[in-house]
Design a protein around this ligand. Structure first.
Ligand SMILES: C[S@@+](CC[C@H](N)C(=O)[O-])C[C@H]1O[C@@H](n2cnc3c(N)ncnc32)[C@H](O)[C@@H]1O
Length: 270
């Protein structure tokens, strides 16, 4: 007699890319999966950890190329669970940070399918952190905002303007295509000299970092290559990056305190 199929979904955050940044729970879920539905930002190395024999389904979405609309993914999740059992829905970073995880969970719930959640390391904290840039630092800032650069209507979120008025670290996801416009919003709030950086493909072998200030970041990134997904960080904490000072050597202004060896970001122009 065949064992009955018990539909189950585990919504798993895969972290920023490096497989060693998966949680043990994420790894265990992959080892038990009958099906893995994964996104574009999930690396090959992470997929290699899936149970041999598991069905791997690429439902990756990219800004310009929606291979599967969200609606289809919701249905695929339910159908695979009913027909195969345990579906791991593997998403980059954390499933609940701009990950549409809640929509998928709510859809599965309509069919009475149990959904377990395995949080992941979100790129918004982990990617700057891996650069040695803390999203908060005592004495430097008191909060951080995580904002999308791409709203449903295609316009820039008003929250970016609000964040630019604060002293918070601002972390912008999905903003690479509008980097110039986003930097203009910060400049308009008197922040043209605020340290800023872009990290693309953070935590992977293809990682790229561009350091600068609000007024020159877009130009520096354009010279580098703006095509891969990246995170934008704006705020004084960026000056804590170990290479920030040398990245700014181009037109560095030395002050008395710097001549004595005490270099602080306020004295460096990029
Ligand atoms: C749809 S959002 C998903 C965010 C994800 N749920 C998270 O918590 O990191 C995709 C965006 O996250 C950012 N992102 C994700 N992984 C990244 C990485 N390894 N390096 C840089 N940015 C990353 C980029 O801004 C990308 O466009």
């Amino acid at each position: 007699m065949n064992t009955p199929i018990i539909p189950k979904i585990t919504l798993v955050g895969a972290g920023p890319g490096d497989p060693e940044l998966l949680t043990i729970k994420a790894w265990k879920a992959l080892q038990q999966a009958d099906v893995v539905l994964y996104d574009a930002l999930v690396s090959e190395e992470v997929l290699d950890l899936a149970r041999p024999g598991a069905i791997l389904v690429d439902v990756g979405k990219r800004a310009s190329k929606h291979t599967h609309p969200q609606e289809d993914i919701n249905w695929m999740l339910v159908e695979y669970a009913i027909n195969h059992g345990h579906v791991v829905r593997l998403k980059g970073g954390d499933p609940f940070v701009f990950g549409r995880g809640y929509e998928e969970m709510a859809h599965a719930a309509m069919f009475g399918i149990k959904v377990d959640i395995v949080p992941g390391l979100s790129s918004c904290i982990a990617v700057p952190g891996l650069q040695g840039v803390p999203v908060t630092c005592r004495g430097v800032n008191e909060s951080f905002w995580v904002v999308t650069g791409t709203t449903r209507s295609g316009t820039i979120s008003k929250d970016i303007e609000l964040a630019a008025q604060s002293t918070a670290t601002t972390i912008i996801l999905m903003g690479m295509r509008k980097l110039g416009d986003i930097m203009a919003i910060f400049a308009a709030q008197g922040k043209k000299d605020t340290p800023a950086m872009v990290v693309q493909n953070g935590s992977t072998a293809a990682e790229k970092v561009v350091l600068g200030r609000v007024h020159n970041l877009a130009e520096r990134v354009a010279l580098a290559d703006a095509s891969s997904p990246g995170i934008i960080v704006v705020g004084d904490v960026v000056a804590l990056h170990p290479e920030f000072a040398s990245a700014s050597l181009g037109d560095r202004v030395l002050s008395e305190s710097q001549k004595t060896g005490k270099v602080t970001h306020e004295h460096i122009t990029v």
